[in-house]
Write a protein that binds this ligand. Structure first.
Ligand SMILES: Nc1nc2c(ncn2[C@@H]2O[C@H](COP(=O)(O)OP(=O)(O)OP(=O)(O)O)[C@@H](O)[C@H]2O)c(=O)[nH]1
Ligand SMILES: [Mg+2]
Length: 296
């Protein structure tokens, strides 16, 4: 897929230093270089060691590239493509993450995708920390043409999400996509607000939020996994969205997400526009890393 190929160009440039076009040829592979490059693109150390071991012990006639591809795919695990359930009316997704990770943009992109699949989404702007927090999402809702409920600066975020679900019931909106304020995983009072928001949603609509997705900035690499672990202890995560994969040379950290969080990667952001969000596809991702995506 073309989008993956260009988005992963930075990480791929690293890998291409190891894999020449005739990659199957064992003599072309320098395991030490590969090890260094995988580590530089933030592939977890444990996995790099496993790869090096397997490559060293594999029969010489087996393509090194295929061994590597299989190991990387195995690490990502099977992914079930996400589709909007229609039996929760409304289905509620809470997006969270640290400052600037891409939550607001992702909320808009998700709403656009939901509309393309025939749904009537509502965007909820619960970022009441900053004056622009909620209005930024309101502008997006006007651009893509969907309903919006937000809160003034300083308003109680738990109250805003309650109101949004309330409005979704009245207007027949489904899903409700809740954008939240950016918060550092180390700031206790702000982190405490998240379970409060969840309780408020559940009060208005038992079972909500149905999904809690952490939005991770790919350019932060391995650090973002540590952040996600912290968020996960405060509100259990059900999915991950990786943003800014288009500008990152650290795409290798995706291999840690599954192993260390055991939460599926559902979508990836490959640009700043509302259409730049694609479902995560492990095969396309791995092939794009090698520059093979043209073939499929
Ligand atoms: N290149 C690229 N830029 C992105 C992507 N997603 C978001 N951005 C940009 O990242 C910046 C921050 O995005 P926001 O959506 O405002 O991030 P946020 O998490 O809501 O930020 P706070 O509310 O301040 O915590 C903006 O300039 C976005 O255009 C992406 O997938 N690719
Ligand atoms: Mg925001």
């Amino acid at each position: 897929m073309e989008v993956w190929a260009s988005a992963l160009s930075k990480t791929r440039t690293l890998l291409k230093q190891v894999f020449s076009p005739s990659v199957g040829d064992v003599d072309e592979l320098n395991t030490e270089d590969l090890e260094e490059i995988l580590l530089r693109s933030d592939v977890p150390v444990r996995l790099v060691m496993e790869i090096v071991d397997q490559l060293d012990s594999a029969p010489r006639k087996i393509s090194r590239k295929e061994i590597l591809r299989d190991l990387l795919l195995k690490e990502l695990g099977a992914t079930t493509p996400f589709s909007w359930p229609i039996d929760k009316t409304p289905f509620v997704v809470l997006l969270l993450g640290i400052n600037g990770s891409g939550k607001t943009t992702t909320a808009a992109k998700l709403a656009k995708r939901a509309m393309q699949h025939g749904h009537k989404p509502m965007l909820c702007g619960s970022d009441t920390f900053r004056a622009a927090g909620s209005s930024q999402l309101k502008l997006w809702s006007e651009k893509i043409g969907c309903d919006f409920v937000g809160g003034e600066m300083g308003a109680d975020a738990a109250g805003v999400v309650f109101n949004a679900i309330d409005a979704a019931f009245i207007k027949g909106c489904d899903p409700v996509i809740v954008d939240s304020a950016g918060r550092m995983h180390t700031k206790t009072p702000l982190m405490d607000e998240l379970p409060k928001m969840c309780r408020s949603m559940d009060k208005r609509h038992a079972g909500a939020p149905h999904e809690v997705w952490m939005v991770l900035d790919a350019s932060l690499g391995q650090n973002s996994v540590i952040q996600a672990q912290q968020f996960n202890t405060v509100v259990p995560l059900t999915g991950i969205v990786i943003t800014k994969l288009d500008g990152s040379s650290k795409a290798g950290f995706l291999f840690s997400v599954r192993a260390e969080l055991n939460v599926p990667i559902l979508f990836t952001g490959l640009g700043e526009d509302e259409d730049d969000l694609v479902p995560f596809n492990p095969e396309e991702f791995v092939d794009a890393l090698f520059g093979d995506s043209e073939r499929g």
